[in-house]
Design a protein. Structure first.
Length: 208
């Protein structure tokens, strides 16, 4: 899966930071500029991975151990990569994914448990692909948490883990931006969606 011709962009951040809105706005802007865009999400993005998503995001927060969760996220990601991301990149599309492997690095690697080494080894074995650009939408945790829960989507398994968990997530994503400064860009998520989009655009323009 290495002969990539398109561009792969991921959005990351704690729950409610506004990354899904930003992923959609970026897809619209790129399509308006004449690019072919595949807009997708994780967990999910392919029929099999969407089925695994339901197992992951619904129900009791204690439903899975962190280790079992890592395996499920990787199973979903592998299917998503094989069936959706890699074929789109091979056709030259710009693929925008609302979350990718950095979510596992942060949620399962540091926020829920300290399993970063396991996360990295499984990623290297089964995924082995990184986005060309990762945009972390960074927002003050209480604001993000209230936005996420206000949605009452029935997909609150992680959001129900509480404010201190959300704070660990934010710190985890900020640390990733320091660890991978070339690829991972931190974007201030405060303000109106169009203001956040304007902060994102220069990073994308630099990639194209
Ligand atoms: P979403 O709300 O952005 O659709 O993501 C669903 C939840 O799954 C969210 O709380 C983050 C969590 N998640 C992980 O814990 N690890 C992962 O690898 C991914 C992709 C998502």
């Amino acid at each position: 899966m290495s002969a990539v011709r398109g561009r792969f962009i991921s959005f990351e951040g704690a729950d409610g930071a506004g990354k899904s809105t930003q992923a959609r706005l970026l897809a619209e802007r790129l399509r308006d500029a004449g690019h072919t865009v595949t807009l997708t999400r994780e967990p999910g993005g392919s029929p099999g991975a969407e089925e695994i998503r339901k197992l992951l995001v619904e129900g009791d927060p204690a439903r899975w151990s962190a280790e079992a969760e890592i395996l499920l996220f990787n199973a979903a990601r592998r299917d998503h990569l094989e069936r959706r991301i890699a074929p789109a990149l091979a056709k030259g599309h710009i693929v925008i994914s609302d979350r990718f492997a950095d979510s596992t690095r942060v949620y399962q690697g540091v926020a829920r448990a300290e399993l970063r080494d396991l996360v990295d080894r499984l990623h290297a074995l089964m995924i082995g692909t990184e986005p060309d650009l990762t945009l972390v939408v960074d927002l003050d945790s209480p604001t993000g948490l209230s936005r996420g829960l206000a949605r009452q989507s029935g997909e609150d398994r992680f959001e129900e883990l509480g404010a201190s968990f959300q704070a660990r997530l934010r710190a985890g994503f900020r640390a990733l931006a320091e660890e991978f400064p070339e690829r991972v860009k931190l974007v201030d998520g405060a303000g109106r969606p169009e203001d956040v989009a304007a902060r994102i655009w220069p990073h994308v323009a630099a990639l194209l």
